[in-house]
Design a protein around this ligand. Sequence first.
Ligand SMILES: [Zn+2]
Length: 260
Amino acid sequence: MSQRPDQQKASLKGRPLAVALALLSCAHGPTGTSEPPSPLTSPEPHVEPDLVGVVHVVKRGETLYRIAKSYGIPPRELLDVNGLRDPRQLEVGMEIFVPGATRTREPAPLPPGSQPEQQVAEPKPAPLLPVRPPAGAKEARLRWPLQGVLYSRYGPRQGRRHDGIDIAAPEGTGIGAAATGTVVYAGEQSGYGSIVILRHEGGLLTLYAHASRLLVRHGDRVGAGQPIAKVGRSGRTTGPHLHFEVREGTRPRNPLSYLP
Ligand SMILES: [Zn+2]
């Protein structure tokens, strides 16, 4: 049982990216805690796409149409991806997933005095998505989604960004939710193949890519460890593996900082 370096216990929240990346130089080997993957083996050349989308927090005065327009996607697609039937279901403070976007955008403000028919509603007394600041250190906030071979880490790789970690495992291996959460996306994305995105308490997102099968649907509540997908090779891959990302809002984080 090796001692964990102090750096691993430090929270990355609010630190410049450079500091976060500097922490990567310390070894994040298996620590003997539950379900560690095997150590790194030879890295494979494996090009991952960049961002798959962003989470947009709905603000007062916005409409679904204006949000969709500001991101350049059809309003219908925004509705479908978020499991909404009606633009009026949008509420201030609601987090919606915008597929394909690389950064959050601010819809143009409404002209003063205008009365849009589909302006978003004020939130109900009980907020749909309570967000509380993360309590204390972030370590081990998540559990390993599967057992496998960790063969690619977070951070720049061959001059490209790599926003997650890659865990190789036989096709069909079960992928478990890294924490209790809600499915905000389950579907296909170019490059990523079949993916699931979960939202957890505090606004944390986890993303599971290249699945052969998805076992959950948009809006499902899942418990920690609950099977959500099967390992596959969908999208752009060199073999069956799980590409696993952790994001705080739109910002990719090093998953190893959250895992035991
Ligand atoms: Zn990857």
